[in-house]
Ligand binder design. Structure first.
Ligand code: CP
Length: 311
């Protein structure tokens, strides 16, 4: 059993592969608690962070993850690079590969960009978020966080709230959590649900208050203004009134239930500060767990798999 050469999507991640990543991340998490937080596993390997969109958590946690595995890291940001002179994704990637990249971690505003990249480079490609398509390591770290806090994912009721239409986090989580045996419900204004949602393996509701008491996990999404070309709701105040998670709403959740947010959060609109900073919030855990999960992904793609398949 081994993960594939690339990690581009959770839609095609088999249950055994997903569990392998989560179990490996459990082992990687122990490194964070050790006196020397470093393993020699990827010594001599090079990981390139190729980011064409802004990022705080994903880029830095891939960098920390690679360094904890002793890999060399090259951070490439489109801003300030020759992309501004018109250099293409293919030429940029091949330039970085010529410098010895064994893995390319790619974030891009175009859905499908990491898939194209995978056909151009010899190394492994990890999708760090492509347009509105997928963000597989976010979903893996979310599943890892749920499993650590609640002991399992199988059989849990997970509610995903907000801008599902533009959310790669929602898509990756829906595919992965379903594979892991969770029942997923999405709650959003009708304008922020994708066409064809009826064919997805999720329940759909427009009534957050009705769904909260039945939820083991409530995952809030960021409203992605940068991907909106029109008005999708009347006002921020109206959105917050119907779909924001404030303290009164959070009180409707079962005592054990978690509140998650992938970040960056828009406090006061999607989620009240009192909820985001409450003991049931996993926001900070998600960031810490992101390092362990990304260590696991890099380890399995570059160092740990003995029978790597190709996509
Ligand atoms: N959750 C997430 O992808 O955050 P960044 O955009 O900061 O990487």
């Amino acid at each position: 059993m081994g993960v594939k050469r690339h990690l581009l999507s959770t839609a095609d991640l088999l249950l055994d592969d997903a569990l392998l990543v989560l179990d490996t991340a459990d082992r990687m998490a122990r490194v964070a608690d050790a006196p020397v937080r470093k393993l020699p596993t990827l010594r001599g390997r090079t990981v390139v962070n190729l980011f064409f969109e802004d990022s705080t958590r994903t880029r830095t946690s891939f960098e920390v993850a690679a360094k904890r595995l002793s890999a060399d890291v090259i951070n490439f940001s489109a801003r300030g690079s020759s992309v501004s002179k018109g250099e293409s994704l293919k030429d940029t990637a091949q330039t970085l590969e010529a410098m010895g990249a064994d893995a390319v971690v790619c974030r891009h505003s175009a859905s499908g960009a990491p898939h194209r990249l995978a056909s151009w480079v010899r190394g492994s490609v990890v999708n760090a978020g492509d347009g509105t398509h997928e963000h597989p390591t976010q979903a893996l770290l979310d599943a890892f966080t749920i499993r650590r806090r609640l002991g399992r994912v199988d059989g849990l009721a997970v509610t995903i709230v907000g801008d599902v239409l533009h959310s790669r986090v929602a898509r990756s989580n829906i595919w992965l959590l379903t594979t892991l045996g969770a029942q997923v419900t999405v709650v959003a204004p009708p304008t922020l649900l994708p066409l064809g949602i009826d064919g997805w393996p999720v329940g759909v509701s427009y009534d957050l208050d009705a769904v909260l008491p039945k939820s083991d996990v409530v995952m809030m999404l960021r409203v992605q203004r940068e991907r909106m070309s029109a008005a999708f709701f009347p006002s921020e105040r109206e959105y917050s009134r119907r779909y924001g998670l404030d303290a009164d709403r959070a009180a409707l959740m079962p005592e054990h239930a978690l509140v998650m947010h992938p970040g960056p959060m828009v406090r006061g609109m999607e989620i009240a500060s009192s909820v985001a900073d409450s003991p049931r919030s996993t926001v900070v855990d998600q960031v810490a767990n992101g390092v362990s999960v990304r260590m696991a992904v890099l380890y399995l793609l570059l160092g740990g798999g003995t029978d790597r398949e190709t996509t």
